[in-house]
Design a protein around this ligand. Structure first.
Ligand SMILES: [Cu+2]
Length: 185
């Protein structure tokens, strides 16, 4: 009895935590490590340039022989001045154009956006099927589901940024289907 107490005190003074605590800390560190290891593949599909964040660029697999593919993402402007998406380029196609969907005389049409697409200060613009979108025209090959292909977006103020478009399934339509739309090349 008189021996146990000084030992316990000495133990406490050395500051070594009890074994079950060490185990818990060890497990916490391990699970944090595993969590961080998994994030880049699953979630971190986001790109930054200047005050802009480009979230989840995605495209769609295309049938053999298709000459166009859509491109979609969201741009968030955290700055206090508007910016403008001016151009897009990618090795996957000859050209990439900014398109705008609209209804003219009851018919859905799309036309190129002239002068770039404004990203308002403190605001965001979503490029989605059925609204503003990118059109990769003159495809050199078919994007395949599950792959990512690189592209470069150029903004008036923020400059250029390399992004990767994640290719989703052919049936992926987002908020509206434009699979039957005729795309001028
Ligand atoms: Cu289009």
């Amino acid at each position: 009895m008189s021996n146990l107490l000084p030992k316990a005190q000495a133990f406490a003074l050395r500051g070594a935590p009890p074994f079950h605590l060490q185990l818990r800390v060890g497990l916490a560190v391990l699970s944090l490590f595993l969590l961080l290891a998994c994030i880049p593949a699953a979630l971190a599909h986001e790109f930054k340039v200047g005050d802009l964040e480009i979230e989840h660029p995605w495209s769609r697999a295309t049938p053999p022989g298709a000459k166009v593919a859509g491109g979609y993402f969201t741009v968030i402007n955290k700055g206090s001045a508007p910016d403008r998406l001016l151009s897009i380029s990618s090795d996957i196609s000859d050209k990439a154009e900014l398109h705008q969907m609209g209804v003219k005389d009851g018919v859905m049409t799309m036309r190129p956006v002239e002068g770039g697409l404004e990203i308002p200060a403190g605001g965001k613009v979503a490029l989605t099927p059925g609204a503003y979108h990118l059109m990769f025209t003159g495809l050199k090959r078919q994007p395949k589901q599950g792959e990512k292909f690189p592209a470069t977006l150029t903004f008036e103020k923020a400059g250029s940024v390399k992004v990767e478009f994640a290719v989703e399934g052919m049936g992926e339509t987002g908020s509206g289907d434009m699979g039957d739309m005729d795309h001028a090349e």
